[in-house]
Design a protein. Sequence first.
Length: 141
Amino acid sequence: MYPGFKHMHLTLSYFVLFLLLAVILVSFLRRSGNTPYAGAFKKVVLAGLISAHLQLVFGLYLWFSGPWWPIQMGDPILRFRSLEHPLTMLIAIVLITIGYSKAKRAQTEAKAYKALFGFWLAGLLLILLRLPYEAYFSFVH
């Protein structure tokens, strides 16, 4: 069961990164105009939020069922996989959720797009900072 969740966690990460990039790009392009924050874009933002939270659920399962208990602080690879990666991803998803909530409650469209752009960009940067690139770009697991 662990390998299946590991595969789903990796596969879903491509989808999450694509949605994050799409929302950030569209928010940047629309933040100065009066384009309404509604319709299809709002559904894309919600899909990004849901996929990020689903990614978190898969990651938490992998973390709690992983082979690194107790956490080994002396080994850099185990420290990365057991502490740095999960904690940074949790903070990134919290930022994404805050951005979604602020955009949803914004008084104007410009404020909604600025909230999405700022918080989702910060979340994306944190994700890119602690992405396990050796596993991410090797297609043989």
